[in-house]
Ligand binder design. Structure first.
Ligand code: NAD
Length: 249
């Protein structure tokens, strides 16, 4: 990334009154969580069918074994990286209003971000497939056997959306509202391929929002809607941006 591009981004961000961040799997790569796609992506090792709702309900033991391995044994070890921390610092300093994330790893909240619209839910909560009660992860002991609801004994599932499920209403509506109200979107570490989440920056652009994209490589957005592309690792770039915009850190 050139210094010119970084300086241009800083000028845009300084003048903005409503900045929203839109994040994808790439922001958590520096925390050790691989993305789904690509040569080293999770789907090169696992079959995505385990995240199909009907499959989880019918082949529960097989599906749970893989879900636990990926999202709890493996993701569970991850900690926020400088990209998550920079966004949280920028929110605390009044520079960023909200984060819209496609991620389910809870790392924005662990970094200190307060307003996080989770487009795909969160793995740190489980929901009963029968009575719909929610349980924080720490209240459920995860074993090799599929977890049972403490209230009604039916099957629990992670509270992120599986294939075949809809986007949570609150996150969807808040994201559309952000796309209407913001003047700058920081689009970070996302290919722009996952529907319908990928439409949010497009709707923002249609509403006149300036799109600053941070990614190690061009995405579907780059030639289509991106106004300024900062190529590089999210942790390094956002750390520089936060340090420039918040002199006290
Ligand atoms: P993706 O897997 O399709 O793409 C990841 C993007 O991140 C790519 O564009 C890649 O170039 C970029 N990237 C990689 N390393 C980066 C870095 N250090 N800094 C900046 N960018 C980097 O991700 P997606 O578009 O978010 O879609 C995948 C879907 O899978 C999402 O909907 C998400 O819910 C889910 N997912 C979530 C997690 C998580 O919670 N951490 C992990 C994997 C997948």
């Amino acid at each position: 990334m050139s210094n010119t591009a970084l300086n241009q981004a800083l000028e845009i961000l300084k003048k903005a009154s409503h900045i929203a961040a839109f994040t994808g799997a790439g922001i958590s790569v520096e925390s050790g969580i691989p993305p789904f796609r690509g040569e080293t992506g999770l789907w090169s090792k696992y079959d995505p069918i385990v995240l199909d709702l009907d499959y989880y309900l019918s082949q529960t033991e097989e599906s749970w074994k893989v879900v636990k391995e990926i999202f709890y044994d493996f993701f569970g070890q991850a900690r926020p990286n400088p990209a998550h921390l920079a966004l949280a610092q920028m929110e605390a300093a009044g520079l960023i209003k909200e984060v819209i994330t496609q991620n389910i790893d809870n790392l924005h909240q662990e970094a200190g971000s307060k307003i996080v619209h989770e487009f795909h839910g969160n793995s740190h909560q489980l929901v009963c497939t029968h009575c719909n009660q929610l349980f924080p992860l720490e209240k459920i002991q995860l074993t090799e056997n599929p977890p049972a609801c403490p209230a009604c004994s039916h099957l629990l599932k992670p509270d992120f959306i599986f294939f075949g499920e809809g986007i949570p209403d609150a996150a969807y509506n808040a994201s559309i509202e952000a796309a209407r109200q913001a003047d700058v979107f920081l689009v970070i570490g996302t290919t722009g391929e996952v529907m319908p989440a990928c439409q949010i920056p497009v709707i923002a652009k249609q509403n006149g929002v300036t799109i600053i994209e941070i990614n190690t490589e061009p995405s579907l957005y780059t030639p289509q809607i991106t106004d300024l592309f900062l190529q590089g690792k999210a942790g390094e770039i956002l750390d520089q941006i936060a340090k420039q915009l918040i002199p006290t850190i």
